[in-house]
Design a protein around this ligand. Structure first.
Ligand SMILES: Cc1cc2nc3c(=O)[nH]c(=O)nc-3n(C[C@H](O)[C@H](O)[C@H](O)COP(=O)(O)OP(=O)(O)OC[C@H]3O[C@@H](n4cnc5c(N)ncnc54)[C@H](O)[C@@H]3O)c2cc1C
Length: 460
């Protein structure tokens, strides 16, 4: 066992540190990525800031790795601990400290679940838009650390667009308070934004001030089906050019549709098609939403949509969104292995990226497909193993992973649009960053975490 772990037991009050036990704490060894799980030496459940500073102090003295953990729903291995290291579990820091209705702001602890905040502010007529699909199970601290986004990012932006203030403790043990209840503030370097997306490598975030906006009470959805994803993409561009900004514009390709139909108990109700485009629009009056719906339907006809389905009831709406939600499970049922990436490209490059995927789909044993956030160019590209043995699959998936990420970067995109680098994408940093960029990252890390205790061995 590492020195720091023993010392923590004697430094922190009783009950704050538990030694790792495989049987009880298996959840703390992994997240939702396919990165290899690791066993920590201990898990710390801090009660207050002193517990956090003492944990970091012991870790700094002993060079013991510390991995901060929200709910462990990450998809890039960010909350997977280092072997025998310390997990700093923030899940009990789950209070909404204030909903400031006058200023349209909320102050929360990092362990609050995203949906819990959304529901609480909605009761007051307010809206916290960032909506990762995991919103019922992930924490706001994890959202800030990953700069999480979701379907509504197309209209409303991602988590970072709502972060006004952060409090916490840097890796070196210094407490900080950055930003606050101010909508405009250009004083000094924006260190708060440096922490957004920092993936637990710089500081422990302990308090978050978030911007809220008025809740748009009128929401309508539309499901369009097309022969090809290219047609669906062109239809969306036409909708935007017609001055309608959908909240969400989600795409599913033929393989996804086939998988969801096969998985469903009621496949007859799901039209056979080459592409689905799932749209949502919202507004403060029914008239404005109806106008947007009208424009979207006109564009759909112009671009040869085969079906135009506007759900009329809550149940019908749920069932069209369930198609999107069920993709991942349906694909798992189809294949022996599934590897998922979340590339982003400039939105107008999406048809080209789909063409590229088509060009790679030349074998029966491997299938590549994509679905996701068409509006902001963020696609979940999946590679399915339909017949390779484990060894062949391992080699093939690595080759394909490299090609798929490289192509996204060549098109002006990113190797990750929302899931982060963590462990999963760390070998691909060179595709996006020069040696000088990486040196700057290291210098920044060294300033705030000189002993490299926070998430060492992840992307930095
Ligand atoms: C079914 C499913 C759907 C998903 N859909 C989406 C989606 O639509 N969009 C999207 O962006 N992501 C999505 N995700 C990924 C994941 O939910 C998000 O990345 C989320 O933000 C992680 O939150 P968490 O609380 O689980 O964080 P964790 O997984 O526990 O941690 C993630 C990272 O944040 C760091 N961290 C956590 N808390 C703190 C803190 N208090 N201070 C400093 N660092 C901290 C950790 O060290 C780690 O590096 C999905 C995941 C699942 C399982």
């Amino acid at each position: 066992m590492r020195n720091g772990v023993n010392q923590l037991k004697t430094t922190l009050p009783d009950g704050r540190v538990v030694l790792f036990n495989q049987h009880e704490h298996i959840a703390y060894t992994q997240d939702y990525s396919s990165a290899t799980p690791e066993n920590p030496g201990a898990i710390v459940f801090p009660n207050d800031i002193t517990d956090i500073t003492q944990t970091l102090s012991v870790a700094n003295q002993n060079f013991t790795p510390v991995t901060i953990r929200g709910a462990g729903t990450g998809k890039s291995g960010g909350s997977i601990p280092n072997p025998e290291g310390i997990v700093l579990a923030m899940e009990r820091w789950n209070s909404i400290l204030e909903i400031d209705e006058e200023n349209h702001m909320a102050v929360v602890e990092p362990g609050v679940l995203t949906k819990t905040l959304q529901d609480a502010v909605k009761e007051k007529g307010l809206f916290y838009p960032p909506d990762p699909s995991s919103l019922e199970i992930c924490t706001l601290g994890g959202n800030v650390a990953e700069n999480a986004g979701g379907p509504s990012a197309f209209k409303y932006g991602v988590t970072g667009d709502y972060v006004l203030g952060l409090e916490g403790v840097w890796g070196n043990g210094q407490a900080f308070s950055l930003g606050g209840k101010r909508l405009k503030d250009v004083a000094g370097y924006d260190l708060k934004s440096l922490l957004v997306g920092s993936e637990g490598t710089l500081a422990v975030i302990t308090k978050i001030t978030l911007k809220l906006i008025p809740y748009p009470h009128y929401i309508k959805d539309l499901l369009l089906t097309f022969n090809t994803v290219q047609e669906a993409s062109r239809c969306l561009r036409q909708i935007i050019n017609s001055k309608v900004q959908p909240v969400a514009a989600e795409i599913m390709d033929r393989t996804c549709i086939d998988a969801v139909r096969e998985y469903s108990k009621d496949s007859d109700s799901i039209p056979d098609s080459g592409a689905y485009l799932l749209l949502q629009c919202d507004g403060f009056t029914l008239e404005s939403v109806d106008t947007q719906m009208k424009v979207m339907k006109v564009c759909a006809k112009e671009y040869n949509a085969q079906h135009i389905m506007a759900p009329q009831t809550g149940k019908e709406t749920d069932s069209i969104w369930a198609l999107r939600r069920n993709i991942s499970e349906s694909l798992k049922a189809l294949s022996t292995h599934k590897e998922s990436h979340d590339i982003a490209v400039p939105p107008n490059m999406i048809p080209n990226y789909f063409d590229y995927i088509d060009s790679l789909n030349t074998r029966d044993s491997i299938k590549i497909l994509a679905y996701g956030h068409l509006g902001d160019g963020n696609l979940h590209v999946n590679v399915l193993n339909l017949g390779l043995n484990a060894e062949e699959w391992f080699d093939e998936k690595l080759d394909l992973e490299y090609e798929l990420l490289k192509k996204a970067v060549e098109m002006g995109g990113s190797i990750t649009g929302e899931h982060g680098i963590g462990k999963s994408k760390k070998n691909y940093m060179d595709l996006m960053f020069s040696a000088t960029d990486k040196l700057h990252f290291k210098l920044i890390k060294n300033l705030f975490d000189p002993n490299n205790i926070l998430n060492p061995g992840k992307w930095i």
